[in-house]
Design a protein around this ligand. Sequence first.
Ligand code: PMP
Length: 411
Amino acid sequence: EVKNSVDAALRDRALRVVPGGMWGHLHANRLPEGYPQFFARAEGCRLWDVDGRSYLDFMCSWGPNLLGHHHPEVEAAAERQARLGDCMNGPAEVMVELAELLVDTVAHADWTQFQKNGTDATTSCATIARAGTGRRKLLAARGAYHGAVPWCSPSVVGVTSEDRAHILYYDFNDAESLRAAATEAGDDLAGIIVSAYRHDLARDQELPTQGFATAARAICDETGAALILDEVRAGFRLDLAGSWERFGVRPDLAAWSKSIANGHALAAVTGRDWLRQAASQVFVTGSFWCAAVPMAAAVATLTVLRRDNIVARLEAMGTRLRDAIDASAARHGVALRQSGPVQMPLILFEDDADFAKGNLFCQTALARGVYFHPRHNMFLSAAHGEAEIDEAIAAADTALAAVAAGSRTAA
Ligand code: PMP
């Protein structure tokens, strides 16, 4: 049987000319066997691999695909701008239009600046916080992901301790540990960076508690430090105005990327007035940061998100999926935990330290044409309707039967 033959041939070729064949967390060897490395095309919430197999997708490009691949309004706006010009000597008119729209959409935002990747945005926030306060220390949650550069990379390979000399750590949802870290930073505290919610790899997701969110704001108010909300992953999926609006807590700076332009390369920092001057003085730029096509795509994306109440749709579809999987698991006698916001699902199994159950669950679903992830949070898009969710529920039911059968064999 030659199931993944084109994929396997591409992996062999890549190994010769790309170190390790692929970098970072997108390496298919981090997934169970059978997952493809290479994809041929995408449409709505479906993906086709290079061997022609199609998948109903629950990773959404690890976040960017929010409205569905090839969303007609987004692509029409991008094409219109592409005919005019993309990468020019400076930005197009659409940059101002997008900045106005973002400032109008995001509650704390008095201004915005644009970049390409989430790491650009989180790193810019750190720089602006330091410039605006004249201080050095940044508090970050242990195990949180804020990007792939030395100050925050999850790997220390190639990283020096000096790169992190001014980063202090606290535990998410632990106000005491946050206070302790702030006390240690003393009058050198520039900012606290915190994710919209806890979505660390391979552990249950956790929404912030009201007490933790309030404490983070209070510490910054007391010390004059900047509260930095990392919205890169959750942004525009929970609340367009900001993921901490539900707590009545507004950050001083926020980092956005992934879904902001529905798959086009764009990131943004939003900020409050007291950091405006600092933001204008730090030196941050990149060759492609003012490209106009992604900005036109972002204007269209935000317009659709606001007009069509996409967050409510994601919540409804996510609830449909979560409830059905819980019921199916109970029917099969499989103990699992679903955590985090329903529109960003994570399914972990009890007694599964080696992820054997999670891997079997995902491999069985994959064979039925549904692409889940065993350890990383997943994502819904607006292209997932009731029919697609029901298709996933049916595949999950088969996969849970396989997990139940596997547990009986093992026992
Ligand atoms: N912050 C968070 C919360 C993220 O999820 C990510 C990307 N997974 C980043 C920052 C970094 O974004 P990028 O990979 O686009 O640099």
